[in-house]
Design a protein around this ligand. Structure first.
Ligand code: SF4
Ligand code: SF4
Length: 161
C-alpha cells in the first residue's frame, strides 16, 4: 500500500521472469505506517476504488473528490489521487491505522505485489528498503501472487482532461 513515487508505475506492463516460482514472503509489520505516510507520494484511484470509497463514506463521487482528493497535473490530463496532510500522511491515516481499511484503494491492497516491484528479483529486493515487511512472515505462493497481479489489470487511475 505504499504511495507511488512515479505515477505511471502502476500502468506499466512488463514481461515478468518468474523469479517467484517458490513464492515470496511478506507480512505487514504491526505499527509500521511507512507506506501511508512520511514522504510525498500518490494514491491514485481507479473508478472502482472511487465507487468503493464513496459507498464506504456515503458520499457521492464529486463530493468525495472535492473532500478527499487532489488532481495531479500530468500535462495534458490529470489523475485523481488521495490528499496528503502537511506531514505527508495520507488523508485517511489515523493513529489507529487506515480509517477506510475495508474500502482502501487497490494500490494499497496489492502492495508490495505491484507490477513495478515484481518486474524482477532485483526490483523486489530493492523494495525492501521501503518496506520492512518484505521477506518476512507469510509466504505467498506463485498462484496467489499471480492473482494479486491479475487484480491490477484494468484498474488504471481515473483520468480527467
Ligand atoms: S510493513 Fe510495509 S506494507 Fe506494512 S506499513 Fe510498513 S511499509 Fe507499509
Ligand atoms: S488509504 Fe489507507 S492504506 Fe491507503 S495510503 Fe491511505 S491510510 Fe494507507
Amino acid at each position: 500500500m505504499r504511495k507511488a513515487s512515479f505515477p505511471f508505475s502502476m500502468m506499466k506492463e512488463v514481461l515478468m521472469r518468474c523469479f517467484y516460482e517458490k513464492g515470496l514472503a511478506f507480512t505487514c509489520v504491526s505499527g509500521c505506517n511507512y507506506c501511508c505516510s512520511c514522504e510525498p507520494g500518490y494514491v491514485f484511484l481507479s473508478q472502482e476504488d472511487l465507487q468503493r470509497l464513496c459507498a464506504f463514506t456515503s458520499m457521492d463521487e464529486e463530493r468525495f473528490i472535492r473532500t478527499y482528493c487532489r488532481l495531479v497535473n500530468m500535462g495534458s490530463f490529470s489523475m485523481v489521487s488521495l490528499l496528503e496532510k502537511e506531514n505527508y500522511d495520507c488523508i485517511f491515516l489515523t493513529k489507529q491505522g487506515c480509517s477506510v481499511y475495508e474500502a482502501r484503494p487497490r494500490q494499497c491492497r496489492t502492495y508490495p505485489f505491484w507490477r513495478s516491484v515484481m518486474e524482477n528479483e532485483e526490483s523486489w529486493e530493492a523494495e525492501k528498503a521501503s518496506c520492512p515487511g518484505i521477506g518476512k512472515g507469510k509466504v505467498y505462493s506463485k498462484t496467489e501472487i499471480d492473482e494479486i497481479l491479475r487484480q491490477q489489470t484494468g484498474q488504471e487511475p481515473i483520468i480527467r482532461l
